[in-house]
Structures are given as structure tokens and as C-alpha cells.
Design a protein around this ligand. Structure first.
Ligand SMILES: Cc1cc2nc3c(=O)[nH]c(=O)nc-3n(C[C@H](O)[C@H](O)[C@H](O)COP(=O)(O)OP(=O)(O)OC[C@H]3O[C@@H](n4cnc5c(N)ncnc54)[C@H](O)[C@@H]3O)c2cc1C
Length: 606
């Protein structure tokens, strides 16, 4: 049976000490309510809800899965009751604006809530999670009328939302979308088409579901320039939000999948369903991109959640499972054998999981502050500056953290030996559940092309330079080379980091030059480049955490072991994980020829 205790001490270390959330909140009068007392109370209550209500449904939800019967989808036992408690507790509205029934707390605080819920039960958390995407779209692009009608119910949680992009012929290449929208005399549109793989597309948790749908108007330009965005409710609603007749949105099937079995993944048929346009005609994809980065940070979180859950359980097991003796002599002579945690290889797996989890969490909580800045920006310049930073870091977070989340889940399973492969323990479920995170919301390959192609090469390295400057600024901080012995200990991190950042810039320049001669270099280098960038970015946050831990230990602080553990984990990261950049550098600079020279007809001789 899977165990989970919310890592509140670690979350508070990040929000209070490393990223100083409270001084960040003070800059915005709208966040005046987000005081340490209130935030503490929210974290504690959220932890209780996740540990007591959501975790017990994690494995049973996987076993039972969602059921489909003649268009009706039933979620696993207990899901609806947990959802009702979630709504009663006001959790959905926590970090949404006051005007439409939200509590007005910062999005960054919402991220801590999402982390705990997603770790306790990712499949369950996807139902309210998808609503956030729909809400952000309506908040940013909806008319006042649309906000009043749809946003209020979504914020309460009495309705949920979806994002309907994918069709049978296209997921990545949305320029191929075929769903049609035709204008009616009353200003509504008739939507006709089929969407597949729609998370939370049909379920029994709420009375209505609000679909955000990509479709084409008659005569719209081909490709991505001819796609518009529509709000299409499952059940028709009048101006007061009263439910009417069915809106001809039917669920044709749900997918039988590898993981996240308790999250319904629906085929939706829109058969002259009534919808309203949101945002300008033919600008649907642009509208979606305005919040896509935030949604992708939410998916990056799945990697951290899986890693945390797997690590907590692997650690408990490694302390109890007895096998052979430590190479340096018996550690528990009174027992028939030593627990496996004494073996360096098991330690390596556990330390890797710990470094990925805590490093990944730091990357997410840093980025969550940028999301706050975008939401609170008073001028377009301010918004754009924050959006550029988010745009650069998002593909790194999304792909790197989900790939590492998968790696970590596999380590956790390995720690259990053969028992990891047996369902009862839940470790193989974590491996299955996290696997989707590298695929949806843009595959790793697509995130990598976005990073190297659009965010780095197309901007001539502008966003990379800005981020490198921030890291180098941290490295050059005079306090690092002060005579204070605690601060001097930072040097080992700072040297490695500065060297890696200098290489990052150089390799990028070399790739840019190569790309002028051979465009295939972008596609052949991109995934390695993204992972390379990810290790450096994570290194930056490990160095920051180590620095904060040294500062804490220099004072009179409680829980000294917590800070010592941070420093030791940072040392592990710099010694064992950051060096992966070396092999990635080699492969990303390799000639694309070895990938492409073998004629596709010669790839197999069957
Ligand atoms: C469980 C689940 C839930 C989902 N939830 C939703 C949802 O709520 N809403 C929604 O709209 N969609 C959803 N999706 C769809 C998901 O976002 C897509 O499956 C994903 O974007 C990939 O699209 P595809 O499956 O069509 O793969 P394809 O686009 O066919 O890609 C196949 C492979 O080719 C690669 N590839 C494609 N184009 C390129 C290129 N130009 N360069 C390099 N490589 C390329 C890809 O990286 C991938 O490896 C979900 C999918 C699943 C399985």
C-alpha cells in the first residue's frame, strides 16, 4: 500500500527561505491576505485532505479504472465523494481572482496545493486540474458575459472544464484540425467534429462540463492560422446558468490505457453542438498559447509528484528489507542481514530520487513566482518581460522534469527488486502513471524543438543570455568568496556551475553556426540540448538551496539536520548528476549524418 506524507518542511524551505515568497507577495496589494499564518494553515489543511482523502483512492482508482456504458462515464468508487469535499472546502477557488468567486490568493500558492494533490493521486487531480486550463482561457480571452456565466461555476468547482485540441489525425500538428464551426443567426456556432484523448472529457463528478474547443470557420486559412477557439458546454445553459437540454456533445468511448486509469480520456463527438467564440476569429492557437506555458508547468509538476511518491515509498522499503551484509562490515549484527539501504547502489538510486524530487520542486516553485508576476503585471512591458522568462524555462521544465520523473519512478521500482513489479506495492503504478507526462502537453521532442529552435536560435540567444546572466550573477556574488568558511564552501558549486554556463553559451553558438549550414542539426541536437540545459538549471537551484542551508546553519536554527541534508544532497547532485552534461554535450554536437544517412528503406530487412 502506497504511503504519502506531504513534504511541508521542504515546501516551506523553498517558499520562505530560498525564494522568499512573502517579500514577493508584499509587492502586490492583491496578495495581502497571503500571510505566513494563512499559508501555513492552508498547507496543513491541504496535506490532511491529500493524505486522508486522496491517497487512499490512488491504488483502488487504478485497479477499478473509469467505466464506460453507452456514453456515460463512471469514475472509480470514492472519486465523487472526494471531489464534493474538495469543492466544499473551497479548494478549487483558492488561487483564482476575486471577481468571479475566487479567493484571490497567489497562483504560486495554488502550485503547492497542486503538488500535494497530484502526488497523493494524480488521476484524481486531473479532473480539477483540467478546469484550471479552461478557466485561464476564459479569464484571459472571454467577454464579461462569458466570464460571469462560465467562470463563476468553474471557480466554485460545480462545473469542470476541458481542453479539446487533439483529433485522430493530429496531436502535435494542430494545423491539421478539421472540426468545423458554422455561425448561426443568433451569434452562436454549430460545432461538428470528433476530438480524441480528452482528459476529463466525460465523467460523473459534476452536473456540467465546459469544453474549450479548437475548430475552423468556413473559408478559414489552411494550417494554424485558420483555427478559432470556442466554449462548448456539455449541457446547454441559459443566461442565468440554469441547465437546459443536452448540447449534442457525446462521449463515444474512453481509452483503455497504460496508466492514469482513473482519469477518463474521452473520445468526444460534437454533432452540431452549440458553442460561442472566445477570442478573435482565426486566432485560436495564439489565444491558447497565452496560458499554455502555465499549463505546461502544471504537467512538469507530474514528474516531481511521481518522483516524490516513489522516493518516499522506496526509502521506507530500503530501511526494512534485509539482504546480505554491507561491504564495510555488518551494520546491524543483531539482524540476519543488513537492510538494503547500506548498499551503495541502493543509496545511489535513493539519492538520485531525492536530488530529482527536491531539485525539481525548486525549479517549479521558482517558476511559479514568474506566473504570479505575469498575472499581476500592471503594464504590457512588465507582462512581456515575465512571459519571456517563463517561455524560456517552460519547455525545460516540462520535458526535463517529466523525463527525470520517469527515471526516478523506475529507480523507486528497482529499489523494491521483484516486489516493485508486483501491483500490491504501487511502485509499478507510479512508473505507468508518470509515463504519459513526457507525451501530453507536447512531447519531449516537441518541447526540445521549441527550446532550441524558437526560444534560443530564433531569439539569437536572447532568453538564454538573460537566464545565464542570472546564474552568473548568483555565482559572482561576492558573498561566495568571502572569508566566512560557510560561504567559502559554496565555491565548489559555484565553479562547476559557472563553467557549465560558459559551455552552455559556447555550445549554443556552435549549434547556431552549424544550423546555418544544416537545419537537421536542430532536430538532431534538440533533446540532448534540452536535457543538458535542464541539468544546468537544476544545478543552479541546488546551489541556491545549498547556499540558503549554509546561511541557516550559520545562525541559531532548529532542524539543523534538515539543512545538513540539503548540502549533502547538493554535493551528490554536483558530483553524480550534473556531470551528465558532459556526455550530452558530446551527443548534441554530433553530426546529424549518423541519424539520417541510413536510407529509410534500409532500416529493416524483414
Ligand atoms: C492520456 C492522454 C491524455 C490526453 N489529454 C489531452 C487533452 O486533455 N486534450 C487534448 O487536446 N489532447 C490530449 N492528449 C493528446 C496529447 O496531447 C497528444 O497525444 C500529444 O500532443 C502527441 O500528439 P500525437 O499523439 O498525435 O502524436 P504525434 O503528433 O503523431 O507524434 C508522434 C511522434 O512524432 C514526433 N513528432 C511529431 N512531429 C514532429 C516534428 N515536427 N519534429 C519532431 N518530432 C515530431 C512526436 O514527438 C512523437 O514522438 C492526451 C493524450 C493522452 C494519451
Amino acid at each position: 500500500m502506497l504511503q504519502y506524507k506531504a513534504p511541508i518542511m521542504d515546501i516551506k524551505f523553498l517558499i520562505e527561505d530560498v525564494f522568499k515568497y512573502y517579500s514577493h507577495y508584499e509587492k502586490y496589494p492583491e496578495f495581502a491576505e497571503a500571510t505566513p499564518d494563512l499559508v501555513d494553515a492552508i498547507l496543513q489543511e491541504c496535506a490532511k485532505f491529500c493524505e486522508n482523502e486522496l491517497l487512499p483512492l490512488n491504488q483502488s482508482g487504478d485497479k477499478e479504472g473509469c467505466k464506460f456504458d453507452n456514453g456515460v462515464v463512471t469514475t472509480p468508487k470514492g472519486f465523487k465523494e472526494a471531489y464534493d469535499k474538495y469543492v466544499e472546502g473551497g479548494w478549487q477557488s483558492l488561487s483564482h481572482p476575486l471577481e468571479h468567486g475566487g479567493q484571490g490568493l497567489p497562483p504560486s500558492l495554488g502550485m503547492a496545493k497542486q503538488e500535494m494533490m497530484g502526488t497523493a493521486n494524480w488521476s484524481w487531480a486531473m479532473y480539477p486540474g483540467l478546469s484550471h486550463g479552461a478557466m485561464n482561457t476564459i479569464q484571459t480571452h472571454g467577454t464579461e458575459e462569458q466570464k460571469e456565466l462560465f467562470l463563476t461555476r468553474l471557480t466554485e468547482g460545480t462545473w469542470t472544464g476541458t481542453m479539446c485540441l487533439t483529433e485522430p489525425q493530429c496531436g502535435t500538428d494542430l494545423g491539421q484540425v478539421k472540426t468545423k464551426a458554422t455561425l448561426n443567426e443568433d451569434g452562436t456556432y454549430d460545432i461538428v467534429g470528433t476530438k480524441i484523448f480528452i482528459s476529463a472529457g466525460e465523467h460523473d463528478l459534476t452536473e456540467n462540463i465546459i469544453h474549450i474547443v479548437l475548430a475552423r470557420l468556413p473559408g478559414a486559412p489552411e494550417g494554424t492560422r485558420g483555427i478559432s477557439l470556442f466554449i462548448v458546454p456539455k449541457i446547454q445553459v441559459d443566461q442565468q446558468g440554469n441547465l437546459g437540454a443536452s448540447n449534442n456533445v457525446t462521449c463515444g468511448a474512453i481509452e483503455d490505457k497504460m496508466g492514469i486509469k482513473a482519469s477518463s480520456t474521452a473520445v468526444l463527438n460534437f454533432d452540431n453542438a452549440k458553442g460561442v467564440l472566445i477570442g478573435p476569429e482565426n486566432k485560436g492557437l495564439e489565444c491558447m498559447f497565452t496560458f499554455m506555458n502555465a499549463a505546461r508547468v502544471g504537467t512538469a509538476l507530474q514528474g516531481v509528484c511521481a518522483s516524490e511518491l516513489s522516493y518516499q515509498n522506496a526509502l521506507l522499503y530500503a530501511k526494512e528489507r534485509l539482504s546480505m551484509r554491507s561491504l564495510t562490515g555488518k551494520k546491524y549484527p543483531d539482524k540476519v542481514a543488513d537492510p538494503i539501504i547500506v548498499h551503495p547502489d541502493v543509496r545511489k538510486m535513493l539519492m538520485t530520487q531525492k536530488a530529482i524530487t527536491e531539485g525539481g520542486r525548486a525549479m517549479i516553485y521558482y517558476t511559479a513566482q514568474i506566473v504570479d508576476q505575469i498575472e499581476m503585471a500592471k503594464t504590457e512591458d512588465e507582462r512581456k518581460a515575465a512571459d519571456d522568462r517563463l517561455g524560456f524555462i517552460t519547455p525545460i521544465l516540462k520535458a526535463f522534469l517529466t523525463e527525470l520523473g520517469s527515471e526516478s519512478a523506475n529507480h523507486g521500482m528497482q529499489v523494491f527488486g521483484g516486489h516493485g513489479f508486483i501491483k500490491e506495492w504501487g511502485m509499478e503504478q507510479i512508473v505507468r502513471d508518470v509515463r504519459i507526462s513526457t507525451l501530453y502537453e507536447g512531447t519531449t521532442g516537441i518541447q526540445a524543438l521549441d527550446l532550441l529552435g524558437r526560444k534560443v536560435l530564433l531569439t539569437r540567444g536572447k532568453s538564454l543570455n538573460a537566464f545565464s546572466k542570472e546564474i552568473l550573477g548568483f555565482c559572482k556574488d561576492k558573498s561566495m568568496i568571502s572569508s566566512n568558511p560557510h560561504k567559502r564552501q559554496m565555491n565548489k558549486f559555484v565553479w562547476a556551475l559557472s563553467k557549465n554556463v560558459a559551455n552552455w553559451q559556447q555550445y549554443t553558438m556552435r549549434l547556431a553556426l552549424k544550423a546555418k549550414k544544416d537545419r537537421d542539426i536542430v532536430g538532431s541536437a534538440s533533446v540532448d540540448y534540452l536535457m543538458y540545459s535542464g541539468y544546468i538549471v537544476m544545478g543552479y537551484f541546488w546551489a541556491q538551496m545549498a547556499q540558503t542551508a549554509y546561511e541557516k546553519l550559520a545562525g541559531d536554527v532548529e532542524n539543523r539536520d534538515f539543512y545538513r541534508a540539503k548540502i549533502k544532497t547538493a554535493e551528490f547532485y554536483f558530483e553524480r548528476l550534473l556531470p551528465r552534461t558532459k556526455s550530452l554535450a558530446k551527443t548534441m554536437m554530433a553530426d546529424p549524418k549518423t541519424l539520417m544517412q541510413l536510407d529509410q528503406d534500409l532500416l529493416s530487412f524483414l
